[in-house]
Unconditional design. Structure first.
Length: 286
């Protein structure tokens, strides 16, 4: 029996715990009881994970191969007294920014250099330039009003003003309207175009190439627009049968009188010479 008891010691009955073990068990229960836990709708409950401290852990000197060590970030300097700067701090910051944006000092005395005055060349003709632009804008607004209400009166207005700059601005609109046969251009009578021919003749002798180009474009469009009526002016019998023979004959005579100026422009090089050659060919057919 003694041999069996020695061979199987676990077969003995458990003895009562000692006082030390009892106190240790009580302490463990108290510690577990004080620690909070989240209850979930399951059979078992799990303890809340331990809260990590906010203290930064210094990286060890040994870094594994291929592992990147994060660079230390610099904290933005906060003004004293809290996260929001006070009024005095704002004033100091503004003064510091103004000092940084000041121009270079003069002679080291701490006085900023005064701003340089604008060149006299810019101010010499400023008033004249402003007056010219203002008058031109007034004339263009009036021309736009005539074009919307009474296109026939627009041609008479351009003849009265005799402002070549305003006339040149309006000529592309008249040319495009003749090509598209808009309602506004149909309201312009042949008599109004007859009164406008001297203005076109004067623009052919301008010193500005842009003035000559837009003038040649309108003359070319007028010849193509009334090509049939103008070709019938060659025969006196057909000319007598036209309802507007006086206006057509006047336009025919006015266009023929421009032949010398157009021939002179055709001798020039560039886009002016090319446009003048086209108008010259159309006038030769008349």
């Amino acid at each position: 029996m003694l041999f069996l008891a020695m061979r199987n010691p676990f077969s003995r009955k458990p003895t009562a715990p000692s006082p030390y073990e009892q106190n240790l068990a009580v302490l463990r229960k108290q510690q577990n009881h004080k620690q909070p836990s989240f209850k979930v709708p399951v059979k078992k409950a799990y303890r809340q994970p331990l809260v990590m401290s906010n203290k930064q852990v210094k990286p060890s000197g040994h870094v594994a191969k291929g592992q990147k060590v994060p660079s230390p970030t610099k904290k933005a300097a906060q003004p004293a007294g809290g996260c929001h700067p006070s009024r005095e701090d704002l004033i100091k910051m503004r003064e510091r920014a103004n000092k940084e944006n000041l121009p270079p000092l003069q002679g080291g005395r701490g006085e900023a250099c005064p701003p340089a005055p604008p060149p006299t060349e810019l101010l010499a003709g400023h008033s004249t330039f402003v007056s010219i632009i203002s008058n031109r804008q007034i004339h263009l607004n009036a021309a736009l009003t005539f074009w919307r209400k009474n296109p026939g009166a627009l041609v008479s207005y351009l003849n009265r003003t005799a402002d070549d700059s305003v006339t040149v601005d309006v000529l592309p609109v008249l040319t495009l309207s003749l090509v598209r046969q808009t309602l506004q251009v149909k309201q312009i009578s042949m008599g109004a175009w007859l009164e406008f021919l001297p203005t076109l003749h004067r623009l052919l002798g301008s010193k500005f190439a842009d003035y000559i180009k837009v003038c040649l474009d309108l003359i070319r469009t007028l010849i193509r627009h009334w090509s049939k009526e103008l070709e019938e002016q060659k025969c006196p019998q057909n000319a007598a049968n036209l309802l507007q023979s006086q206006s057509v004959s006047g336009i025919y005579s006015g266009l023929i009188s421009m032949s010398d100026a157009v021939n002179a422009l055709a001798q020039r090089k560039g886009s002016v010479g090319k446009k003048a050659k086209v108008v010259k060919e159309l006038l030769d057919k008349l």
